[in-house]
Ligand binder design. Sequence first.
Ligand code: HEC
Length: 114
Amino acid sequence: MHSVMIGVVAAVLLAASAEAQEKAKLERGRQVYAEQKCTMCHSIEGKGNKKGPLDAVGSKLTADEIRQWHLDPKTMAEKTKSVRKPAMPAYAKLPTADLDALVAYLQTLKKDGQ
Ligand code: HEC
């Protein structure tokens, strides 16, 4: 009986810590977005440059596409025939963990705010 209880408690704790980690990652992503001054060219919830809203980018693009925009914006602009200037600069020098967090955060931006 006790081992079952311990198992249940451990599972609950693990789930809680995974959730906390995910939350910390999204928080870091939000921070990277602010630190890198993405708002010079983009807006979220009306804050920033309204020519480049990112409010629904999580519905529009996959995680890989969002990542590519940061690693190789030139190719992505060519692919999407984007002519907006100034063009998106590359963020290939961001630490991988920061880029992962940023991509995870941007993925939460969905059309209906879900
Ligand atoms: C100098 C201006 C500039 C800066 C700074 C900039 N971007 Fe961009 N970004 C662009 C342009 C231009 C595009 C091409 C899309 C378009 O034509 O609006 C783009 C595209 C994107 C896309 C794809 C959008 C879509 O709807 O397909 C994402 C995601 C993105 N940027 C995120 C970011 C993030 C996050 C940062 C900060 C790390 C950032 N950008 C910084 C100019 C900029």
